[in-house]
Design a protein around this ligand. Structure first.
Ligand SMILES: [Cu+2]
Length: 137
């Protein structure tokens, strides 16, 4: 199981407790999930309740981050790049490239409900470009 840079971050935060905004800015500059031409990397991340996950399109191909509405916890807030409130809206908007992340674009979502969240890149769904976020208590 891949565990994102949580320990590393926690360590840095611990050492620098009460430290400067520049450090916060430095940490904020990281992303958790990158994208190749055909996949999310890593395809699965594990975080804790209250953590934000940041995706960055590290490829030159356009992608989306679009949650599968029926594959996230019942009480969880829906998420999709472009800010759509549900999967149908995200899919509808994609017909006009809504929600597309270009190279260097980022999308973040904060997870406040534990559980498993499956998501997809809409234009590469048939190619199997899917990912999951596991949110632990
Ligand atoms: Cu894609």
């Amino acid at each position: 199981m891949y565990r994102r840079r949580f320990l590393e971050r926690a360590g840095v935060a611990g050492i620098a407790a009460g430290a400067s905004l520049s450090l916060a800015g430095c940490l904020a500059d990281q992303y958790d999930v990158g994208m190749t031409a055909t996949e999310f990397r890593p395809a699965e991340v594990t975080v804790e309740v209250g953590d934000a996950v940041t995706w960055e399109n590290t490829s030159v191909r356009g992608h989306t981050v679009t949650a599968y509405e029926d594959a996230i916890p019942e009480e969880a807030e829906y998420f999709a790049s472009g800010g759509f409130g549900n999967e149908a809206a995200a899919r509808e908007a994609w017909s006009d490239f809504g929600g597309r992340l270009e190279n260097g674009d980022r999308f973040s979502h904060t997870f406040s409900v534990p559980g498993r969240y499956d998501y997809v890149c809409l234009p590469h769904e048939t190619g199997g470009m899917v990912g999951a976020v596991i949110v632990e208590e």
